[in-house]
Design a protein around this ligand. Structure first.
Ligand code: NAP
Length: 283
């Protein structure tokens, strides 16, 4: 049987480490780090993530403050409010739900966000740091969550062949760079990759970030390989499915992450850890 790489185990270890660090920080008289959550409108996905983040941050002892704006706010008014949040010395990190709204150009916010508070890793400065192999910035949380799961399981990346399926700027591309920085040999696959199953079967570690429910079945997995499933796909009944056909792959893979309960579970803890890092840099 495959080892099931549960996100909850990673979260427990990360949260304990953060609580210990927070205790030291407050003992030194430093402010409890605060995350500003910026939302326009009331998209159900945003609200669900927000509820999870607020609860998780409170459990660790971190502060969150919600800045919710009406769906019809003008771009000018939103940017003015955003600049104030960005400049507030009591805000250590910012999470912005995107897309914001049809009348607001997301790029203006991505360019305006202070890279030192960009704990969700959206600014071009942080993206450039990831590509330069400079770990002083902030990675997109999902990409960092994949690395955290591998680290927690004690799976070394050095010299390993890793296939990443999906090349988005939020997951696949930055993840490839994080894996490369750990000396993995990375193959970044996409919808035009020829004979994708054969390419994936070469991999010691296979990461699926495609957005297609149960697309990767046994023909993609070398026996014994580690399979990390980033996919979150919701069917008409509201069930969550990964990009990997978990039932088929379990038993063939050496280890596999479940959906739900895998990568997605770790993402908020990465956000919290990046907030701690932002605060530690003196803000
Ligand atoms: P995306 O922007 O839609 O990108 C999907 C990628 O998959 C693209 O690069 C696309 O290739 C590739 N692709 C699509 N169909 C393919 C096929 N048949 N064969 C090979 N490659 C194919 O998606 P995303 O934002 O990266 O998200 C990917 C998945 O991760 C989604 O299920 C999303 O819900 C999930 N996700 C999870 C978390 C989390 O916290 N766990 C966070 C973010 C996203 P092309 O570039 O050639 O079009």
């Amino acid at each position: 049987m495959s080892v099931i790489l549960k996100g909850a185990d990673v979260v427990k270890e990360m949260n304990e480490a953060m609580m210990a660090e927070l205790a030291l920080r407050t003992a030194d008289g430093l402010a409890v780090p605060k995350l500003a959550i910026v939302r326009v409108g009331e998209r159900p996905d945003d609200l669900a993530y927000e509820r999870g983040a607020v609860k998780r941050f409170a459990n660790i002892g971190l502060r969150t403050e919600l800045y919710a704006f009406a769906a019809e706010i003008s771009q000018e008014d939103f940017l003015a409010a955003f600049r104030q949040i960005n400049a507030d010395p009591d805000v250590h990190g910012i999470l912005v739900f995107r897309p914001l709204a049809p009348q607001i150009d997301d790029r203006l916010v991505i360019e305006a966000i202070d890279p030192a508070k960009d704990v969700d890793g959206i600014s071009p400065v942080n993206m450039a740091k990831i590509f330069a192999g400079d770990d002083s910035g902030f990675a997109p949380c999902t990409a960092a969550a994949v690395v955290a799961i591998l680290d927690h399981a004690g799976i070394s990346l050095k010299g390993k062949r890793v296939a990443v399926v999906g090349r988005s700027l939020v997951v696949g591309k930055p993840l490839s760079m994080l894996l490369l920085a750990r000396d993995a040999t990375v193959t970044l696959c996409h919808s035009k990759t020829l004979d994708l199953p054969a390419v994936c079967r070469e991999a010691d570690i296979l990461v699926a970030c495609v957005g297609k429910a149960k697309m990767l079945g046994v023909e993609y997995v070398r026996p014994g390989a580690v399979v990390i499933d980033v996919g979150i796909n919701v069917d008409e009944e509201g069930n969550l499915w990964g990009d990997v056909d978990f039932t088929a792959v379990e038993g063939i893979a050496g280890a596999v992450t479940p959906v739900p309960g895998g990568v997605g579970t770790v993402t908020t803890s990465i956000l919290a850890r990046q907030l701690m890092k932002a605060a530690a840099k003196g803000r």
